[in-house]
Design a protein around this ligand. Structure first.
Ligand code: C2E
Ligand code: CA
Ligand code: CA
Length: 844
């Protein structure tokens, strides 16, 4: 037995023991009397008293202490963390004297579960401490964006947190657990820097000191009232925690990963240099125990991407024992796509030294369910910096993701219809308002409310009520553009947010009216509810962004109020919040009613404006519509054509105009004097695009017996924006019957030469804006010359409109233009007036 022998020796000569003391309270420190103190100091003191050692404290700083120990100038150094480099020139106890780690202390309200939760925090930490360097590495390594506040004492660190100047303080657990309650702080379950602390001696020297210490510690640890426990209690102020609590394993695992990385992958080395010392095995077993009990996949791969280590969880995932995992690459476990992706990431780590964080969705070879992993991969480096392996940790977050998605759906979408709910609407609306302000584009909110929904719900039951709401949502979705926000506010209230409307209010209103018109129409179609047909309607209130001072509340409130107005006005309708806008809308509605009545009462007539050739001889006319209004007199087309286009009334009106024009041609055909005249008729885009257009023109020609050769249809360049192929097809068909085509207002649109070449045209009509300033603006002269040249090369005739003076006519003539129309030759008027038009001299 060793003990009696030691005791015997102790009775004789006191043993001189030179002890290195560096300042590391509470583990180790020098007290006021220059004696070794602290946890290690007291342990040593107790042993020394029993063993008759005379302790001689040698004060040194840490690095210096190590040097002194190595060179034999001191016999014993307490409080030394084990590491392999040190083990080459120092001896350690068999058992650590103390386990130590650092912990994070914060206000009890703040819950930190992992180092990742330190993001954006201010961390008070002892200046110049190991913890400081370690944390700096941690913050950079995990991109934590945390701020480290260096303080001179741990007390000050706690003080900062209690004052709110920092969120977290980092302290050695022995100190922290003792002092944190004084500051109203408590520890969080994150552990960093767990270390096993030993007494150590120079290699091969003073082994008996270590043995003796081991002996005492072994028996003291086992007893609850031993000097060891008393010492811990004295310094730490609570039941000692010599072992790391199991609740801290997770953070330890992360830490283990970092240790693996930073200490140069001790684990891998240990595998490779198998069967090393007993101590190494023990620590590997311990580390393995930790890594195997963690709910994460941890592995190490060599530069050929072969697994060198896999923890238990990963082996289970692969369904193979560790021996069959080691040496394999990912191709053995994953489908080709996943393996490729993994390999690409691995290469970044191994070849570029990157730390790769990724969220991967993997499919295993057995075709099991897809899993999503959050994975971090780090390079492992030799002391010289070379990368010799990579180490990775992955956590299965599939369940977590599914939960997140589900929560997101529940939180932001309406369960019945799948549309956005009020919360999402408010968020999107705010963004829409911001965008509108930035881009100076108008936006609008349409508040859509079902008429009499309550009645249906009460009489037919909630099932059918729900069905109706679902069908309404469906129809709304079909009408809305992808970029518009559609939401259900609750009950029978829906909202549609329109963005990117023209900044000019009248134009914006027109677009809104068009959209709202379509909605009203679509929602008024009959619904089928469990086999029964049911009709419903909605009332729509509209508010515009700009008038609502860009506040979400205001926009919603105004639209809501407008919606009630719409209901009061008899439902199934649309109301704008703004009275002026509403007046504009009313006026348009009144005009539309008037126009329809005018059609029935045949109030539309045609005026004819002469077209002449270069000799001033009448060659034809353009038909221009006029509205003979009983109260307003003769109304010009500028007042009603646009509205007729937007409401679709242009279709019957256009047909009627064509009919009158053809009848006029038939009349002209009856006398030799006028039988050669052609008649130009304006065709609007909406008219031309109508599928029945060609058939209708042919029908009118047929019905009236007019000569198609004398009919000239004026199209505008705006038509070219839409389907050119369809346009060419229609024109060609009519042209095969002899009908001619003129491109109206030429030069103001965007037709490209290549398009122009393909159109079966006969004439270009120079827009009157070029004629107006022809004499003063040389650019206009150049444009006219170009159009004439273009006409020549495409074999199209060219006519100028808006010719008001002989000077303009002369200038056009000199630029090569051969046909004219304008007040100079005659204003639009009734047919009889046309023949009275004097033929002015050409001036040349
Ligand atoms: P537009 O096709 O460019 O018609 C020419 C317009 O210029 C006519 O106005 C005509 O009165 C006017 N004008 C004729 N000579 C002169 C002149 O020397 N100086 C000036 N400053 N103006 C002149 P109007 O009749 O008011 O027609 C306006 C527009 O309404 C037409 O422009 C055309 O786009 C449309 N429009 C007229 N009639 C019809 C029609 O029957 N169907 C369709 N779809 N649109 C029509
Ligand atoms: Ca025209
Ligand atoms: Ca024109």
């Amino acid at each position: 037995m060793l003990y009696p022998l030691l005791a015997l020796m102790a009775a004789a000569e006191p043993r001189e023991v030179r002890v290195g003391v560096f300042d590391n309270a509470p583990q180790l420190l020098l007290d006021q009397n220059g004696q070794v103190s602290g946890i290690f100091g007291d342990i040593l003191f107790n042993v020394a008293a029993r063993e008759n050692w005379r302790l001689q404290a040698v004060q040194c700083v840490w690095a210096e202490c190590l040097g002194l120990l190595r060179s034999g100038q001191i016999d014993l150094l307490p409080d030394v963390p084990f590491n392999e480099t040190r083990a080459q020139f120092l001896d350690f106890q068999q058992q650590p004297s103390l386990y130590s780690w650092s912990q994070f202390y914060s206000d009890p309200q703040l819950q930190l579960d992992s180092v990742l939760d330190l993001k954006n925090t201010r961390i008070a930490v002892l200046a110049g401490s190991l913890q400081y360097d370690y944390l700096a590495g941690l913050v950079a390594g995990f991109s934590l964006q945390a701020q480290l506040l260096a303080v001179p004492t741990l007390d000050q660190a706690f003080q900062l947190v209690s004052e709110g100047a920092a969120e977290v303080a980092v302290a050695n657990q022995h100190f922290g657990d003792y002092h944190a309650p004084d500051y109203g702080l408590r520890e969080n379950p994150i552990v960093i820097q767990p270390t096993r602390l030993y007494f150590s001696t120079g290699k091969g020297r003073n082994g008996e000191l270590l043995q003796t210490l081991d002996h005492y510690l072994l028996s003291w640890r086992a007893s609850s009232n031993s000097p060891y426990q008393q010492i811990l209690q004295r310094w730490a102020g609570e039941q000692p925690r010599p072992f790391i609590p199991s609740s801290l394993w997770w953070s330890l695992a992360l830490l283990a990963l970092l240790l693996l990385a930073s200490a140069g992958g001790a684990l891998l080395l240990r595998r490779q240099v198998s069967e090393k010392t007993h101590r190494l095995q023990a620590s590997e077993t311990r580390l393995n125990t930790i890594l195997d009990s963690v709910e994460a996949y941890i592995y190490i791969k060599d530069p050929q991407l072969r697994y060198q280590y896999a923890n238990r969880k990963l082996c289970e995932r692969f369904g193979r024992p560790l021996e069959q995992v080691i040496g394999c690459t990912d191709e053995a476990f994953f489908d080709a796509r996943t393996a490729n992706q993994l390999r690409a990431d691995d290469h970044r780590v191994l070849h570029h030294g990157e730390r790769v964080e990724s969220e991967d969705t993997n499919l295993s070879l057995d075709g099991g369910a897809e899993h999503t992993y959050l994975s971090v991969k780090l390079p492992l480096r030799r002391p010289d910096g070379d990368i010799y392996a990579l180490c990775g940790i992955a956590t299965d977050i599939s369940e977590h993701k599914r939960n997140l998605e589900q929560i997101h759906r529940l939180a932001f979408y309406d369960q019945l219809t799948g549309l956005a709910n009020r919360r999402l609407l408010l968020d999107r609306l705010q963004h829409a308002l911001d965008r509108a302000e930035r881009n100076q584009a108008e936006g609008a909110l349409l508040f859509i409310d079902l008429d009499n929904f309550k009645d249906l719900n009460d009489s037919l039951g909630h099932d059918r009520g729900d069905q109706l709401l679902q069908q309404v949502a469906q129809r709304l979705s079909q009408q809305a553009r992808k970029e518009d926000t559609l939401a259900r506010l609750g009950g029978d209230e829906f909202v549609l947010v329109l963005e990117e409307l023209p900044a000019q209010t009248p134009l914006a209103i027109e677009q809104i009216e068009a959209v709202a018109g379509k909605l009203l129409e679509a929602l008024a179609e009959p619904y089928s509810l469990q086999g029964e047909t049911y009709t419903s309607s909605v009332s729509i209130g509209v508010s515009l962004f700009f008038e609502s001072a860009s506040s979400t509340d205001e926009v919603l409130k105004r639209a809501d109020m407008a919606m009630y107005e719409a209901k009061a006005a008899g439902r199934n309708g649309l109301r704008f919040f703004n009275p002026a806008m509403q007046a504009q809308v009313n006026a348009r509605a009144a005009l539309d009613r008037d126009l329809r009545l005018g059609m029935q009462l045949h109030q539309f007539i045609l005026y004819y404006q002469p077209q002449v050739n270069h000799l001033g001889k009448l060659i034809g006319a353009e038909a221009l519509v006029r509205w003979q209004h009983p109260e307003r007199g003769l109304v010009q087309p500028g007042q009603f054509i646009a509205l007729a286009e937007s409401t679709g009334l242009i279709l019957p009106l256009g047909r009627c105009i064509l009919l009158y024009a053809c009848r006029q041609l038939v009349r002209w055909a009856q006398s030799a004097e006028s039988s050669g005249l052609h008649l130009a008729v304006n065709v609007s885009a909406r008219q031309f695009h109508h599928p029945d257009f060609v058939a209708e023109v042919l029908a009118v020609l047929d019905e009236t017996g007019a000569n198609p050769q004398r009919l000239e249809l004026e199209l505008t360049e705006s038509l070219l924006i839409e389907d050119v192929e369809a346009m060419i097809e229609k024109m060609s068909e009519l042209r095969s019957h002899g009908v001619h085509f003129s491109l109206d207002d030429f030069g103001t649109g965007y037709s490209s030469l290549s398009q122009l070449k393909r159109l079966p045209l006969d004439q270009l009509k120079i827009d009157r804006c070029f004629v107006r300033d022809l004499l003063s603006d040389r650019h206009d002269a150049a444009i006219v010359r170009t159009i004439v040249a273009l006409g020549d090369s495409l074999e199209l005739s060219v006519i100028a409109e808006g010719v008001e003076t002989p000077e303009q006519r002369d200038a056009l003539l000199s630029l090569g233009c051969r046909a004219f129309q304008g007040y100079h030759f005659g204003a639009p008027g009734p047919a009889e007036q046309l023949h009275r038009t004097a033929l002015p001299a050409t001036g040349r």
